[in-house]
Design a protein around this ligand. Structure first.
Ligand code: PEP
Ligand code: MG
Length: 755
């Protein structure tokens, strides 16, 4: 059964658009269940009616003609109840209703299952039979499983179909795809699809004028791969027996195979670019081999994939050299990476869309720091078909608009202009202190990682660095940076901000941040080898980093060291002992300088409950609310599917934040926060009221937070906190905070959807 399900899903996945997908479903489900009829009804998003969309067994002329109102007939009942209806004799059910001309009079038994995606009923899948009988449990379970599996695929196919319909810019076929807010702001621009290097399965389709150039590139890439393989064969020549050697010939033969090469060439001649043509042909052949019964032939799929990947790598290399980006480029990728952001000149980059990931993925954090509007987790976006499409991104609400009509574009343009005016307005605050109306000073620091953050941060009036993510320079290399390389990088940061304090976090890898040269493969990476756990297990990495930091601090004295993912006192003591040892060694080597303050990041619930014990041992605490939220709520910060449950303003998180502040107050130690919540005007108001000494945020958020705090009184924020602490629901918390902003004339920080 699993095999049948898998095959159907696979076939539906490969469909070009919704009608084709639905045709495959009705045909294959009818066949698999041995019924006489299988049909799909889809809910029309505007009218809510259930429209007869595909059938095997009923009258196909009624497709797109027949429909039922919500709740009408048995199909309407399935949709309304959101559960299957299984009837031996459909006619005797009170909800039964004939749809004229469908030709269903003769079918007595009825089994319908709702198709539900992201909690919304998309449609209903129905099977019918002449024989009066109740479908048995296993049949019902099959249909329910089928429709649950197909829901996502159908949602995807629907958007794919809409995108596929060619629309003139600004006309018709406008589609809205829901994702997750990644970085605030609006962008109107042109899609540029970036695919991970040499992945045959994610190459975008693209039409080109210069067919000759593409043909030439393809032939050159083929020759390069031939030469590479020949070189490997020659190198191994003496060590291989003739039989093994023959394998290389077979391998090369695949490339020379007139069918594969010729198919690619003919697609290029039709106007497809070389990478797209190669990927299409290779995927067909890989699937063909995978379907073969014989295991030897199935293995050929691996060879074909390997060869195709090699050719693609050469094609991408030459395309990279020539790539030019349009003004207002919106990068679209299945999974955005920090390095893909680095490939495009900043002045051309208007926005980002990632199909995977969530608002708290590290790439989203980077995008916020760069001030680039971003939508994450746009799972239904057919991203490979987006090249050169006109798009609008609403990074406040996490939506993407494809082929926007002129009127919608106009409204977004107005919102964008308002944003720009607000930014200009905020710039005037740069040299003003962050002080409430009743005279409370609130230090605003920044989070950094890239060197580019430094200039931006200083421009925004940052008073210090609350989190320097040292893993960023590690992520941008192909090996661990040496102690001296690190010293230079850290020195640049410390010097740029001196005499302002710079808090350097020791290497925080693992989770969703894995170094290409130090891969960590785990079933549960966020609960695994992460942060301090890795560096305590590798003291050589930890010590080199600490020594580099201490040396960089020579003569400046503005370094603070912070430890990520601490979950017990032993880890803290062990790390502190290593830091003290490094410091002693440095002094023995003739350098000077006091031991810098050492802090603990509160990122796991255990650290909240042990905040006093940790504060007693350390010089300061800083809450990493991004991780703390994910661990308190058991919601993966990187997973689009559960992103709706990730609430940094959940009453439990608010309670934990207040507890940490109180623990530090009792121990007489300063407490800061460097999670994204600090950069949210609503969050900042609450945190100030709780007694946080430092709010550290991405530099883009700093002017907004400053504006918000300068507009209110500390006493008003404290009254608000007292009220919020009594609320038991995230929605109520959010509504109360929004009301507070509105009451204080700060509604410009509330962003309702434009369209
Ligand atoms: C956090 O977890 O809140 C934090 C600041 O660290 P990062 O986002 O880098 O995990
Ligand atoms: Mg963290």
């Amino acid at each position: 059964m699993i095999e049948v399900l898998r095959k159907i899903v696979q076939q539906v996945n490969a469909a070009e658009g919704l009608p084709e997908a639905l045709d495959i479903i009705v045909e294959r489900v009818r066949e698999a269940m041995g019924t006489e009829v299988c049909s799909v009804y889809m809910r029309d998003p505007d009218s809510g009616r259930l429209v007869f969309k595909a059938t095997k067994g009923l009258n196909p002329l009624q497709i797109d003609v027949a429909s039922l109102a919500p709740g009408e007939g048995l199909v309407g009942l399935v949709a309304e109840r959101e559960e299957p209806v299984n009837l031996e004799d459909a006619e005797s059910h009170p909800s039964f209703q004939y749809l004229v001309d469908l030709g269903e009079e003769q079918y007595h038994s009825f089994l319908g299952a709702p198709i539900i995606h992201q909690r919304k009923v998309l449609g209903v899948l129905v099977v019918q039979q002449v024989e009066k009988r109740r479908f048995d449990e296993s049949e019902e379970a099959f249909l329910v499983t089928m429709s649950a599996q197909l829901a996502g695929v159908i949602a995807h196919a629907r958007v794919t179909g809409e995108v596929g319909r060619e629309a003139l810019p600004g006309e018709g076929a406008s589609t809205k795809v829901k994702g997750i807010a990644g970085a605030p702001g609006i962008a109107i621009g042109t899609a540029v699809v970036v695919s991970p290097s040499a992945d045959l399965f994610t190459v975008p389709k693209r039409q080109v004028e210069d067919r000759r150039g593409e043909l030439r590139a393809f032939r050159e890439a083929l020759n390069c791969v031939r030469a590479d393989i020949q070189a490997v064969a020659d190198n191994l020549g003496s060590e291989l027996n003739p039989e093994d050697h023959a394998l290389f010939d077979v391998y090369l033969g695949i490339l020379d195979d007139s069918t594969i090469g010729a198919e690619v060439v003919s697609l290029i001649r039709e106007g497809q670019w070389a990478q797209g043509a190669l990927s299409q042909v290779m995927i067909e052949h890989i699937r063909h081999f995978e379907r073969m019964e014989h295991s030897y032939l199935q293995e050929r799929a691996v060879d074909v994939k390997d060869l195709g990947t090699r050719v693609l790598a050469y094609l991408q290399e030459s395309a990279m050299e020539e790539r030019s980006y349009p003004a207002n480029s919106i990068l679209v990728a299945e999974e955005l990476t920090a390095s893909s952001l680095g490939e495009i000149p900043r002045h051309k980059l208007a926005g980002l869309i990632s199909v995977r990931g969530s608002g708290n993925s590290h790439v989203a954090i980077l995008a916020r720091a760069m001030g680039v509007p971003t939508v994450m987790g746009a799972v239904d976006l057919p991203y490979t078909r987006m090249q050169d499409r006109e798009l609008i991104i609403d990074g406040y609400n996490g939506t993407v608009h494809l082929n926007p009509p002129a009127e919608l574009k106009q409204r977004f343009q107005e919102a964008l202009d308002q944003d720009r005016a607000l930014l200009r307005d905020l710039e005037t605050l740069r040299d003003e202190p962050c002080e409430t109306l009743d005279g409370n000073r609130m230090p605003l620091w920044v989070n950094t990682g890239l060197m580019a953050d430094v200039t931006r941060s200083l421009e925004q009036g940052a008073e210090g660095v609350g989190l320097y993510r040292t893993e960023v320079p590690f992520l941008l290399r192909d090996r661990f940076p040496s102690e001296e390389e690190q010293r230079q990088i850290y020195r640049d940061q410390l010097e740029a901000f001196a005499p302002r304090p710079v808090t350097m976090r020791t290497l925080d890898i693992g989770g969703d941040k894995s170094l290409p040269y130090f891969p960590i493969q785990e079933d549960n990476p966020f609960l695994g080898w992460r942060g301090i756990r890795v560096t305590l297990d590798h003291p050589e990495i930890f010590l080199a980093q600490i020594r580099a930091m201490l040396k960089a601090n020579e003569g400046l004295g503005n370094l603070r060291i912070m430890l990520p993912m601490i979950c017990n006192t032993a880890e803290l003591e062990e790390a502190m002992a290593l830091i003290r040892r490094s410091h002693r060694e440095i002094l023995q080597e003739g350098l000077t300088g006091a031991l810098p303050p050492i802090g603990v990041m509160v990122e796991v619930p255990a650290a909240v409950f042990q905040a006093r014990a940790l504060a007693r041992r350390a010089d300061f605490l800083s809450v990493g609310s991004n991780d703390l939220t994910q661990y308190l709520l058991a919601v993966d910060r990187n997973n689009a599917r559960v992103a709706d449950l990730y609430h940094a303003l959940h009453p439990a998180v608010i309670q934990a934040l207040a507890n940490v502040a109180e623990a530090c107050r009792l121990e007489g130690k300063p407490v800061g926060i460097c999670g994204e919540l600090a950069g949210d005007p609503e969050g900042a108001v609450l945190l100030m009221a709780m007694g946080y000494d430092i709010l550290s945020m991405n530099s883009t958020s700093l002017p907004r937070v400053k504006k918000a705090l300068r507009t209110i009184k500390l006493t008003d924020a404290q009254d608000l906190l007292a009220e919020v602490m009594l609320l038991e629901d995230t929605g109520e918390v959010r509504a109360r905070l929004r009301l507070f902003l509105t009451e204080h004339g700060l509604e410009q920080f509330i962003h309702n959807p434009v369209g």
